[in-house]
Design a protein around this ligand. Structure first.
Ligand code: UDP
Ligand code: MG
Length: 311
């Protein structure tokens, strides 16, 4: 019997990309001897994404759609797809729906899987086609992640990877509310292999990761994998207290020699504002963790499926 491979594609307003992607995928897999299923997860799109998917599913029996009840975000949409196919597929490939993840890499991913690797992930080579900002911000983000958390993140990794059934099964049990899948995949271990690729430009449409969203995603990634920001807050607090004490001693000695001097209103105000700001930052860090506890304690599902033809 042929092994089966599911390709899970979270899609949010990708109506103009589906055709190209399906054609490219079909072309890639046509000379591979596996049973392929293309599983598109419509993440609450407001364009014709779901209508087009339904149309496609009618015409081709290897295309499936999963309609989420609203927009749950890329990570949750991906989890929805993996959860759904994890018992049928021998391997699951996840990729974006905008052609940025080139389908022609897929045979390479499968080849490595056949060699015994259980996670075959991809590393995007720094590329001129992506904006300077995207390259730089992504490198900075991974640098920061590595400083602040206990697992290693490689720059250029995205949610374009193949995972073995075994990995999909364990991943499915993760009930983290704020998913950061690339971190979890790194955390679970198993035999991993990295494949390099040159990214394409988004075929059409706009990126859904705006600057604000990227920042939120970064904070989510860091705080999901480490409590280092909390210990850094303590170290910062202690260092500043020591500094203040030294200043105080210095001031006492100074006033013994030169008498009591009152001046420097500006520096006092600056200091007050600075420490006020610092207090808020540290409280904010604590707040982020408390917020995570709050969200998690409600135990809500990561996504809701309203409709699917997957079987
Ligand atoms: N996506 C999604 N839900 C969202 C945002 C994005 O399913 O709320 C999908 C999107 O359709 C695409 C993938 O996630 O297939 C990556 O998104 P995008 O291309 O906008 O991000 P970028 O490549 O710019 O980081
Ligand atoms: Mg993209």
């Amino acid at each position: 019997m042929r092994k089966s491979i599911a390709i899970v594609i979270p899609s949010y307003n990708e109506a103009t990309n589906i055709d190209v992607l399906v054609n490219a995928l079909n072309e890639t897999v046509s000379n591979l001897s596996y049973d392929f299923k293309f599983v598109f997860v419509d993440d609450g799109s407001s364009d014709e994404t779901i209508a087009i998917l339904k149309e496609k599913a009618k015409l081709h029996d290897n295309i499936f759609y999963v309609e989420l009840s609203r927009n749950f975000g890329h990570q949750n949409a991906l989890k929805a797809g993996i959860d759904l196919v994890k018992n049928d597929a021998d391997a699951i490939i996840s990729m974006d729906g905008d052609m940025q993840h080139p389908p022609k890499i897929i045979p390479k991913l499968i080849q490595k899987w056949e060699e015994g690797y259980e996670v075959v992930y991809t590393i995007r080579e720094e590329d001129k086609k992506l904006s300077y900002f995207k390259n730089k911000s992504s490198n900075m983000f991974y640098g920061l992640m590595n400083k602040l958390s206990d697992i290693k993140f490689e720059p250029g990794t995205a949610d374009f990877r193949l995972i073995d059934k075994k990995v999909a099964q364990v991943f499915s049990d993760f009930s983290e509310n704020e998913l950061f899948i690339r971190g979890i995949i790194n955390w679970v271990g198993f035999k991993q292999f990295a494949v390099n690729y040159e990214p394409n430009e988004r075929f059409s449409g706009k990126s859904k990761y705006t600057f604000g969203k990227m920042m939120r995603f970064a904070i989510q990634g860091i705080t999901s994998f480490s409590t280092k920001p909390l210990s850094m807050a303590i170290i910062l607090g202690i260092s500043l207290s020591v500094l203040a004490f030294i200043f105080y001693i210095g001031y006492v000695i100074y006033s013994i020699y030169y008498g009591h001097v009152i001046s420097g209103w500006a520096s006092v105000i600056t200091t007050v504002v600075f420490f006020g700001g610092l207090n808020l930052v540290v409280l904010g860090i604590i707040g982020v963790y408390i917020g995570k506890l709050f969200m998690q304690s409600k135990g809500r599902p990561n996504y809701l499926i309203s409709n699917t033809n997957y079987k």
